[in-house]
Design a protein around this ligand. Structure first.
Ligand SMILES: *Cc1c(COP(=O)(O)O)cnc(C)c1O
Length: 382
């Protein structure tokens, strides 16, 4: 396909590859020649570096962000009869793992200003069955972990941070993923720290929990061919570990570029009527995995969807890509009907799904490209 010279993609991971091509290729060839494809020193050193980056004592690498969440729940022995509080406005993985371990997801509505869990409602949703809360630092924006940990601790409930979209984000001076009992990370290629394939990691300061995760992710074996738990196979490939080590050195730089891009958007988009630009919470440092605006319109929900979709189509006509994360709330999805949620029950999430539009955001986005996005939006919404 021929791209017009003006086109601005919603995301672009080719740039990053081109920049690091020589370094990454050499590292991959080295692993190929070493024939140590599973485990080994590269996986171990990546785990150490990732733990060090987060200021935690333990990191266990695994096959994906989804597995990281699953393994955290398993290590905490959460299962049948237990409730886990989370958000309906997230990628589906956050919720499917709760059901995979046999527990029940309890959805709590979100805060319209930052798209993260409404913490007052979290506190109100805690019951004697609640075993954990999974806050999602959505789009790179940290949850108020001070408030959340206070709520969790007063009820003796575990906290599993879903950091899949927020590697490097900071709350009150601490990296997200170092504050709760577990931090769960994804290295899916479009995440802030992306592998060249699937990958994930779990961080924790609790060595006993880390040891348990390690056993479960290796088929439940502690010693070879002796099984203490019913486990799974969830390993990070050595090739991915080698690539991630290289990329980890660039992560802060890329996140700073994302922050500069967000600041530039902020400055101009806040002047355009009919949209609400995202606001970073005081106390938090967002890493802007997505830059997601709300496209407002008067009238009923149906009209709102049409309006947002029309803005998106008009952007597309001007050569500007955008994405809708997420168009449907999880509590209303067919697969989750058995949980018994009804339309109208989580109104902020339902409304936000009709309004959100994620604008082009990746570290290499140029000011010229950003200007195109800003002018196009001004034009469309004038
Ligand atoms: C990407 C993502 C996951 C899952 O990560 P995978 O590595 O794709 O399995 C989980 N939660 C959130 C919020 C995500 O964005």
């Amino acid at each position: 396909m021929i791209q017009s010279i003006n086109s601005v993609p919603a995301f672009d991971i080719k740039h990053q590859y081109t920049t690091l091509e020589a370094e990454v290729s050499a590292a991959v060839v080295e692993v190929l020649a070493s024939v140590r494809y599973i485990g080994g020193p590269l996986v171990e050193s990546f785990e150490q570096q990732f733990a060090g980056y987060h200021g935690v004592n333990n990191c266990v690498a695994c096959n994906s962000g989804t597995d990281a969440l699953y393994l955290a729940l398993r290590a905490l022995e959460i299962g049948a009869g237990d409730e886990v509080i989370t958000t309906p406005f997230t990628f589906v993985a956050t919720v499917e793992v709760i059901i995979a371990v046999g527990a029940k997801p309890i959805f709590v509505d979100i805060d319209a200003t930052n798209f993260n869990l409404d913490l007052q409602q979290v506190a109100a949703a805690i019951t004697p069955q609640t075993k954990a809360i999974i806050p999602v630092h959505l789009f790179g924006q940290p949850v108020d972990m001070t408030k959340l940990m206070a709520i969790a601790q007063s009820h003796n409930v575990a906290v599993i941070e879903d950091c899949a979209q927020s590697t490097g984000a900071i709350w009150d001076g601490k990296k997200v993923g170092s504050i709760g009992h577990f931090g769960c990370f994804s290295f899916y290629p479009t995440k802030n720290l992306g592998a060249c394939g699937d990958g994930g990691a779990i961080t924790t300061n609790d060595p006993a929990l880390a040891a348990k995760v390690r056993i479960i992710k290796e088929h439940g074996q502690k010693n070879r061919y002796q099984y203490e738990e019913i486990g799974v196979n969830s390993r990070l490939d050595a090739i991915q570990a080698a690539i991630l080590q290289i990329k980890l050195r660039y992560l802060d730089h890329w996140n700073q570029q994302r922050q500069a891009i967000a600041a530039y958007y902020q400055q101009f988009l806040s002047q355009i009527p009919g949209i609400i630009a995202p606001q970073a919470l005081a106390g938090g440092v967002s890493v802007w995995n997505q830059y997601t605006i709300r496209v407002l319109s008067e009238g009923r929900n149906g009209a709102t969807v049409a309006h947002r979709d029309s803005v998106r189509n008009q952007l597309q006509e001007k050569g500007i890509g955008s994405m809708v994360y997420y168009p449907y709330p999880l509590h209303l999805q067919p697969a989750y009907q058995h949980l018994g949620y009804q339309l109208g029950q989580l109104p902020v999430t339902e409304q936000i799904c009709h309004e959100v539009l994620s604008l082009p955001m990746f570290p290499e986005l140029t000011p010229q490209q950003q200007d195109q996005v800003i002018y196009a939006l001004k034009d469309i919404l004038a």
